[in-house]
Write a protein that binds this ligand. Structure first.
Ligand code: WTA
Length: 637
C-alpha cells in the first residue's frame, strides 16, 4: 500500500526524500499500484514547452486500481454510499463487487453505443450514483470524460461540448435540489439547439421522472441501453500519459479552458494525497460534500478514495434541506470519520445558528477538511468548536483544478496545524514565492506570488486543443515555474497562508469565475455598452460579484439589476449572477484605455479612504460619480 506518514518526523523524511530524488520517491509510490507494464522512465520534463511525462512507457487502467484490485479482500466492503436529496428516500450502497459490475455494465453499454478509446463524453448530470459509475465506465474503456457542473447554462454547456468535439452527452431528466426539481435534459436540448454538430447521441437516465422532449434521432434511454449488458468488461490498457479527463475551469480571459489530466500520475498522486492528508484508515467512512462537476469531486469523491479502497459518500442534496442540520444528520447516520467541505458551506450553516448542530452527536468525526477558498478565522473556529468538538484536526487543503490533487495542507494530526493556514507542502510539492519580476523571495515572514518549482505527478499536461494557452497562462509568467495565480504568505515558521487570487479570477462560494467571462455575459444585454466586474468580500460566499454597467438607454438601476442577473444566469449559470449591479455613466480608465479595476475593487469593498493616485486617469471625475452612486458619499462631501 502507498506510503502513509504517521508523524512529523516521517513527514520531514518523506519530504526531504521527495525533493532530493523525486523520481525515486514517486517510483516507490507507483510500485504500490497495479500495472500492465511498468515505466521506462519515471519523469521527463521541461516547463518551457511545457512537456511533462510521468511514468512514461507504463501501461495501466485506473479503474483496475480503483476497483478490481480491491475485489480480493474487499469485494463486500461498501465502496460508495449514496445519500438522496430527500432524507426519507432510500440510501443506495455499492460494494466494491457491485461497483465493479455496474461499471462494467455501463462500459459495455457505452461500447454498444459506439464509444471507443479517445472519444470525449460530456456529462451534464446531477449527483446520482450513475454519474460516478459512468465516469469510471469511461475510464474503463479509455473514453475521455468531461464533466460539466449541472448548474451551468445551455450556452456554457454548448461551448464546452464544442470545444472538445464531444461525441455523446450523458444526462438525467431532472435534478432534485432541496425542495425544488430542476430540468436537466431540457438544458441539454437547448445546448444542442444552439449547435453541437459533433454530438451523435444523448443518453438519458430517468431520475426525477419529469416530462422531457424526445428526439428520436439523438436520444437514447439509459434503462433500455443498459438492459442485458454483461457485468464483465475487460479494461482497456492505457498509456500512462493517455488523457483521462478534461475539466473546464475559468481563467483571466473570457473563455474557460479545458484542463487535461492523464492516467498514471493523476492516479498515483490523488491516492497518495488522500491517504496522507485525511489519514484514512481501513474501514473509515469518508465524506466529501463537493459536486463531481468540480475537481474536488473527481479527485476526492471518485478516484483518490476508491483507489485507496475507501468508503466514499456521495450526497445528492443541499446542506440546508430539509434544514440546516442536514450535513450533521448525515454524519451521524453513517458515522462519518472524515468530513471534507468548503468554507462557504461552513459559513452558511454557522449563520443558521448552533441549534441545528446541537441536535447531533458527531462523535464519529476524526478529521475535518476545508477546500476551495481561504477559510476565515471565525468559520475555522466554529468548525473546530462546534463540529470537531476541538478534537478533530482540520486540514485546510490548498489546490486547484490544474494541480489535480491537494498541494499545500497539513496532514491530519501529523504535521502542525494553524488556523487559516494551509501550512506545509505535501511530499513531492515544491512551492516558492516570487515577486512581480519573478525573483524568488527567500526566508520566512514574507509574502509573494505562489509558484511551484518542480513537477508533481497529477499536474495538468495541457489545456485542451490549445497548448500555447497552457504555456502562456501557467509557465511563461515566471520562467521555469508553474504560476498558480494565487498570492500567499509564509510565516516565521515557514507555514503557508493562501491570500487569494491575484489575477482576474474571483472565487464565489468556492466556484471559480473569470471577471471577463461575466463581463462578456453582461455585455450581451443589448442595452449594455460596457461593464466591469470585480469581486468584493461577502460574508457567506467569500467573494461576491460587483458589476459596474454602462447602458445606452434610460434603464434605471432597479430594472437593470434583474435584467443583468437574468442574462448572466442564461449565459453562464446562476452561480455567476452578480450580487450587486450599479449603473454608471463611465468607468475609470488609464490613458491607454485600460479599466482601473483596483479603484472599482476598493469602491466595491467600501474602502475609499485611500484610492491612490487617480490624477493620471483619462477621466478622474468619474470616480466621484461612481462613489456617490454606490452610496458611499456625495460628490460635495
Ligand atoms: C482557491 C479547487 C485558500 C485558490 C480545489 C485556488 C483556496 C482556487 C484553497 C482553485 C484553500 C482552493 N485556501 N484558497 N484551501 N483551495 N483555493 O480550481 O484561489 O476550483 O487558486 O480548485 O481556489 O479553485 P479550483
Amino acid at each position: 500500500m502507498a506510503l502513509q506518514v504517521k508523524n512529523f518526523q516521517e513527514y520531514k523524511e518523506a519530504y526531504q526524500k521527495s525533493v532530493e530524488n523525486p523520481a525515486l520517491f514517486w517510483e516507490e509510490q507507483a510500485n504500490t499500484f497495479q500495472w500492465h507494464r511498468k515505466w521506462d522512465k519515471v519523469l521527463d520534463w521541461n516547463f518551457e514547452e511545457p512537456n511533462i511525462k510521468w511514468f512514461e512507457g507504463a501501461k495501466l487502467n485506473i479503474t483496475e486500481n480503483c476497483i478490481d484490485r480491491h475485489l480480493k479482500d474487499k469485494a463486500n466492503q461498501t465502496a460508495i454510499i449514496w445519500e438522496p436529496n430527500d432524507p426519507n428516500d432510500e440510501t443506495i450502497r455499492f460494494t466494491y463487487q457491485e461497483l465493479h459490475d455496474e461499471v462494467c455494465k455501463t462500459a459495455n453499454m457505452l461500447k454498444s453505443l459506439g464509444i471507443k478509446k479517445g472519444d470525449v463524453i460530456c456529462f451534464y448530470m446531477p449527483m446520482v450514483p450513475q454519474l460516478a459509475i459512468s465516469v469510471l465506465a469511461c475510464a474503463r474503456i479509455g473514453a475521455i470524460h468531461s464533466v460539466v457542473f449541472a448548474g451551468f447554462s445551455a450556452k456554457a454547456l454548448a461551448d464546452r461540448i464544442n470545444d472538445a468535439s464531444v461525441k455523446m452527452v450523458i444526462c438525467t431528466d431532472g435534478n432534485n435540489r432541496g425542495s425544488k426539481q430542476i430540468a436537466v435534459k431540457k438544458v441539454v436540448d437547448e445546448a444542442i439547439e444552439l449547435g453541437c454538430p459533433s454530438v451523435e447521441k444523448v443518453l438519458m437516465l430517468k431520475h426525477t421522472h419529469q416530462e422531457v422532449n424526445w428526439n428520436l434521432n439523438l436520444d437514447i434511454l439509459w434503462s433500455q441501453a443498459i438492459k442485458e449488458q454483461p457485468p464483465v468488461c475487460p479494461a482497456t490498457v492505457m498509456d500512462a500519459e493517455d488523457v483521462l479527463f478534461i475539466l473546464y475551469t475559468s481563467g483571466s480571459t473570457g473563455k474557460p479552458k479545458g484542463v487535461v489530466h492523464t492516467c498514471a500520475g493523476y492516479m498515483v498522486y490523488t491516492t497518495f494525497s488522500f491517504k496522507n492528508v485525511f489519514q484514512y484508515q481501513e474501514g473509515d467512512i469518508y465524506w466529501c460534500t463537493a459536486d463531481i462537476g468540480w475537481i474536488t469531486g473527481h479527485s476526492y469523491i471518485i478516484y483518490g478514495p476508491l483507489a485507496a479502497g475507501a468508503t466514499s459518500i456521495m450526497f445528492e442534496g443541499v446542506p440546508t434541506y430539509p434544514d440546516a442540520g442536514r450535513f450533521w444528520e448525515i454524519c451521524d447516520k453513517y458515522k462519518v470519520n472524515q468530513f471534507y467541505t468548503a468554507p462557504t458551506a461552513i459559513r452558511a450553516l454557522m449563520a443558521k445558528g448552533d441549534a441545528f448542530v446541537d441536535k447531533y452527536n458527531l462523535d464519529s468525526l476524526k478529521v475535518l477538511g476545508s477546500v476551495g477558498e481561504p477559510i476565515n478565522k471565525e468559520a475555522w473556529e466554529w468548525y473546530d468548536n462546534k463540529i470537531g468538538k476541538n478534537k478533530c484536526p482540520i486540514v485546510d487543503t490548498w489546490w486547484q483544478t490544474e494541480t489535480g490533487g491537494m498541494m499545500i495542507s497539513n496532514l491530519a494530526g501529523v504535521t502542525p496545524q494553524k488556523a487559516t493556514f494551509a501550512t506545509l507542502p505535501l511530499p513531492g510539492i515544491q512551492p516558492c514565492l516570487v515577486d512581480t519580476d519573478g525573483n524568488e523571495i527567500e526566508g520566512n515572514d514574507v509574502e509573494g506570488l505562489l509558484c511551484i518549482k518542480h513537477p508533481w505527478p497529477s499536474m495538468l499536461r495541457t489545456t485542451y486543443g490549445d497548448h500555447e494557452r497552457c504555456k502562456n497562462t501557467y509557465f511563461s509568467v515566471f520562467k521555469g515555474k508553474y504560476f498558480t495565480g494565487d498570492g500567499a504568505r509564509r510565516d516565521k515558521d515557514g507555514l503557508y497562508r493562501i491570500i487569494g487570487r491575484v489575477d482576474d479570477v474571483i472565487n464565489v462560494s468556492g466556484h471559480r469565475l473569470g471577471t471577463a467571462e461575466v463581463e462578456n455575459a453582461i455585455n450581451a444585454c443589448d442595452f449594455v455598452i460596457e461593464s466591469a466586474v470585480v469581486g468584493y468580500p461577502h460574508e457567506i460566499k467569500g467573494q461576491g460579484i460587483f458589476a459596474y454597467v454602462i447602458c445606452n438607454s434610460n434603464v434605471d438601476n432597479d430594472r437593470l439589476e434583474p435584467l443583468v442577473r437574468d442574462k448572466v444566469s442564461k449565459i453562464i449559470g446562476p452561480i455567476a449572477k452578480p450580487d450587486k449591479v450599479l449603473l454608471v455613466s463611465g468607468l475609470p480608465k488609464t490613458r491607454s484605455g485600460k479599466i482601473m479595476r483596483r479603484i472599482l475593487r476598493k469602491i466595491a469593498e467600501k474602502e475609499i479612504s485611500n484610492l491612490g493616485d487617480i490624477s493620471t486617469l483619462l477621466n478622474p471625475e468619474i470616480v466621484d460619480e461612481i462613489i456617490e452612486k454606490a452610496g458611499l458619499k456625495t460628490v460635495s462631501s
